[in-house]
Write a protein that binds this ligand. Structure first.
Ligand SMILES: Nc1ncnc2c1ncn2[C@@H]1O[C@H](COP(=O)(O)OP(=O)(O)OP(=O)(O)O)[C@@H](O)[C@H]1O
Length: 308
C-alpha cells in the first residue's frame, strides 16, 4: 500500500538557507493494510520528517513515496489523497480552537468532503465514527475542548480521520501527551483499527510503546535506517549497536547516554561482518528473514574500510 523507496530530505538551514541539513537519508520500507509499522528513534532522528513527507506536508528531496503504486507527489488532488491517508499528531489540544466547540473538527470535514449530506445522515456518520473510537457521543458532542480530556480529544481526532474511510493513518507521537490510563485505551484502539484493515505508521521515541503496538519496527538513527524487521525479531534479537543502546537505556531513565559512533574495532559491524551469503538490499543486510541491519558506523566502521 505505502512504499518508501530511497527517500531523503534535505532542509536548507542557516542564514539565508546557505547550509544543508540531511534530516533523512535513503530510507526504504513499506506499510501494508492491517499492519502497524513503528518508526523508532531518538529526538532528531528524522521520524516526524518522514511522517510529514508521507502526509505530503513537505516534499521528499530524493526518492519516491508511492501509495498503491502511485507516486504521491504526482497525485494532483490533495483532497483525494487525504480521503485515504490522514495524520494525527502529538498535541491534541493544539488542534482545537478553544473558542469553538470541539465537534467543529467534524463540521470542517463535512464542509470539505460531504457538503451535500443531509443532517440526519451526517449525525449518524459522526456518531458511528465516535462509536468506532469508543466515545459516547452524548459525552463529547456539544462540549468545548476544555471540557474534554486529552484522551477524548485525541480519540475525536482519530474519529475525524476515520470519517473519511481512510486506509492509512500516520500517528505521530499520539500517545506522548496522554496519561497512563488513556494511553492504553488509545493503543488498544489502534489495535482495533489494524484489525479493520487500516495500515498505521506509528511514530514514537518510546520503545515500549512500539514493542506493544507494532508488527514491524524501523529503527532510525540520524535519518538512516539502523535496523528494521518484524518487531519480535528487532526487540528479541537486536543486531545494531544503536538498537542495543536504545534497548539498554530503557530502564536507566535518569542516566544520560551518548549516541556515539563505535570506536575503531570496538564493536563488530553487523553489516560488514555478515556471513558471505547474506542477502543485501541497498545499505542493509538481511541477517535473518526480513530482519535488516545497517553498518554499525554509518559506512565508516573499520570493517567497511577493509572491504573497500
Ligand atoms: N522545517 C525544518 N527546517 C529545518 N530543519 C528541520 C525542519 N524540520 C526538522 N528539521 C531538522 O531535521 C532533523 C530531524 O527532525 P525531525 O523532527 O524529523 O526528528 P524527530 O525524530 O521527529 O524528532 P522529535 O522526536 O524530537 O520530534 C532535526 O535535526 C531537525 O532539527
Amino acid at each position: 500500500m505505502l512504499r518508501l523507496d530511497g527517500v531523503s530530505k534535505i532542509y536548507r538551514v542557516g542564514a539565508f538557507g546557505g547550509r544543508e541539513l540531511r534530516a533523512v537519508s535513503g530510507v526504504s520500507f513499506d506499510v501494508n493494510p492491517g499492519e502497524v509499522v513503528s518508526l523508532i528513534g531518538e529526538s532528531g532522528s528524522g521520524k516526524s520528517t518522514l511522517g510529514r513527507m508521507v502526509l505530503r506536508l513537505t516534499p521528499a528531496s530524493e526518492g519516491t513515496i508511492t501509495f498503491d503504486g502511485t507516486d504521491v507527489s504526482a497525485i494532483r488532488s490533495r483532497k483525494a489523497y487525504y480521503r485515504q491517508v490522514q495524520g494525527v499528531f502529538q498535541d491534541p489540544f493544539s488542534c482545537y480552537n478553544p473558542v469553538f466547540k470541539a465537534d467543529r473538527v467534524f463540521a470542517m470535514i463535512k464542509q470539505e468532503y460531504f457538503p451535500e449530506m443531509g443532517r440526519a445522515e451526517w449525525r449518524d456518520r459522526v456518531e458511528s465514527s465516535l462509536d468506532g473510537v469508543r466515545l459516547d457521543p452524548g459525552q463529547v458532542l456539544g462540549k468545548y475542548p476544555h471540557q474534554l480530556s486529552g484522551g477524548q480529544l485525541q480519540r475525536m481526532l482519530i474519529a475525524r480521520a476515520l470519517m473519511l474511510d481512510i486506509r492509512l493513518l500516520v500517528a505521530d507521537e499520539i500517545i506522548s501527551m496522554l496519561d497512563a490510563s488513556t494511553r492504553i485505551d488509545v493503543l488498544n484502539l489502534l489495535g482495533d483499527l489494524r484489525a479493520r484493515g487500516l495500515g498505521i505508521l506509528f511514530v514514537t521515541h518510546d520503545l515500549s510503546l512500539g514493542n506493544y503496538v507494532s508488527d514491524r519496527t524501523v529503527v532510525l538513527r540520524r535519518g538512516r535506517i539502523a535496523e528494521m524487521g518484524p518487531t519480535d525479531r528487532v526487540f528479541g534479537n537486536p543486531l545494531h549497536p544503536y538498537t542495543r543502546t536504545l534497548l539498554d537505556s530503557v530502564p536507566r531513565l535518569h542516566t544520560k547516554w551518548a549516541d556515539e559512533e563505535p570506536a575503531a574495532g570496538q564493536t563488530p559491524c553487523p553489516f560488514h561482518d555478515r556471513a558471505p551469503d547474506t542477502p543485501v538490499r541497498s545499505d542493509l543486510a538481511e541477517a535473518e528473514k526480513e530482519h535488516y541491519v545497517a553498518c554499525a558506523g554509518s559506512g565508516a566502521c573499520p570493517a567497511a574500510k577493509e572491504t573497500a
